[in-house]
Design a protein around this ligand. Structure first.
Ligand code: GLU
Length: 414
């Protein structure tokens, strides 16, 4: 599953490279990752045994600024997946025009099967191993699947201990009391809400009352569901890795959030009926938000998807062969590099605040994110209309073009 991601990322890039008539040499530069680090490191487990874990940090590009991207703890993490995710980060930062390149990291592990102290030791050792790459001016990690603000504070502390003084800007998504920003935790979900408003506007219906199905109930899915419900949407389905729940009358999201907190899953929530993650994608709704894993929407299920719009909260949820099918069927797809960019935008604001040691109010964080995201959405939408292209193609054209311009302006060293 995970290895599909790199093929997806390269296929998406090649499509746009052709369209932009990109020179062969530049194409090769952008198809490769600048640095790929693999580390194997020991962790002492609570029972006294030693286990070796494998971790990665990949920098795809630093042409527009320091490399930026999250760290994923998941059993399926491998080099190919991390490379794809790093490449997507480059286009994402570029399309929303923040001065960062792209990176990603990960450790192949099941964080739910580790105790808090095992997770801390793993994180501190992994941080030390990748400290030859990360830094506030070179490469700035953040949370991703399986990691959270606590993991970020261990990274910040470990890096700072080695330097001998506190360096909050080495990582974003930190707790607020050590240099994190207000608004970061909800940022990706809030970005999905801002995008949903634009989608409803251009498709000509009120967002209030629109039906929504959300796949995934982690930081992106759960926050998107909550904020869309607060906006007046009817969230008819939600799921996590155990499966989903469907109620055409609308799920009570605050109650569902409590239920998930208490029981650890959403599928047995009532009133509602259990559905699989695959079935959820095919439920009738106005807006579908895939906010879980890669490679969920395929050539097989794309013909059966009954939604007006897909807002990609996850990275890489749609395979390239599904895109033309969805387009043909009139489904508007807002691609991941735009739809979930609210997270990294607010990461950028956190890094700016850390750099200046000057902290903003939440209203300012949200307002700046909304302005930037809505502008990017409208630029991409206008380009897609002008070029008669899908939103993904337009977003890539904008994102790739900016990176190409940065490389061309800087020149090839030496
Ligand atoms: N992991 C998130 C993403 O995929 C956030 C990255 C960041 O804030 O650097 O966009």
């Amino acid at each position: 599953m995970a290895t599909n991601a790199l093929q997806t990322a390269l296929d998406q890039f090649d499509l746009v490279a052709d369209r932009l008539n990109l020179d062969g040499g530049l194409r090769d530069v952008l198809r490769s990752c600048k640095r790929e680090l693999i580390v194997h490191f020991p962790v002492r487990m609570d029972d006294g045994t030693i286990r070796v874990f494998t971790g990665y940090r990949v920098q795809h590009s630093q042409a527009r600024g320091p490399a930026k991207g999250g760290i994923r703890y998941n059993p399926a993490v491998d080099l190919e997946e991390v490379k794809a995710l790093a490449m997507w980060m480059t286009w994402k930062c570029s399309v929303v025009n923040i001065p960062f390149g792209g990176a990603k990291g990960g450790v192949a592990c099941d964080p739910k099967a580790l105790s808090a102290s095992e997770l801390e030791r793993l994180t501190r050792r992994y941080t030390t191993e990748i400290s030859i790459l990360i830094g506030p001016d070179s490469d700035i990690p953040a949370p991703d699947m399986g990691t959270d603000a606590q993991v970020m504070s261990w990274i910040m502390d470990t890096y700072s201990m080695h330097k001998g003084y506190s360096i909050p800007g080495v990582v974003t998504g930190k707790p607020i009391n050590i240099g994190g920003t207000v608004g970061r935790r909800d940022a990706t979900g809030r970005g999905v809400l801002f995008i949903a408003r634009e989608v409803a506007r251009i498709q000509g219906y009120p967002l209030k009352g629109a039906t929504v199905a959300v796949q995934g109930f982690g930081n992106v899915g759960a926050v998107s569901a909550r904020l869309l419900a607060e906006e007046g949407c009817r969230v008819v389905a939600a799921s996590d890795s155990h499966g989903g729940v469907y109620n055409p009358g609308g799920l009570d999201i605050p109650k569902l959030l409590n239920h998930k907190q208490e029981s650890g899953k959403v599928s047995d929530f009532r009133p509602g009926e259990a559905v699989s993650n695959g079935e959820l994608l095919e439920l009738p709704c106005d807006i579908l938000v895939p906010a879980a894993m890669e490679s969920q929407i395929t050539a097989q299920n794309a013909p059966r998807i009954k939604t007006r719009a897909i807002i990609e909260g996850a990275n890489g949820p749609t395979l390239p062969e599904a895109d033309p099918i969805l387009h043909e069927r009139g489904v508007l797809v807002v691609p991941d590099i735009l739809a979930n960019a609210g997270g990294v935008m607010v990461s950028y604001f956190e890094w700016v605040q850390d750099t200046q040691s000057f902290f903003w109010e939440e209203a300012e964080v949200n307002r700046r994110m909304e302005t930037g995201l809505v502008r990017a959405f409208n630029d991409v939408y206008a380009l897609s209309q002008r070029e008669e292209a899908e939103m993904r193609t337009a977003a890539y054209m904008l994102g790739v073009q900016r990176v190409v311009e940065a490389i061309t302006t800087r020149g090839i060293y030496p």
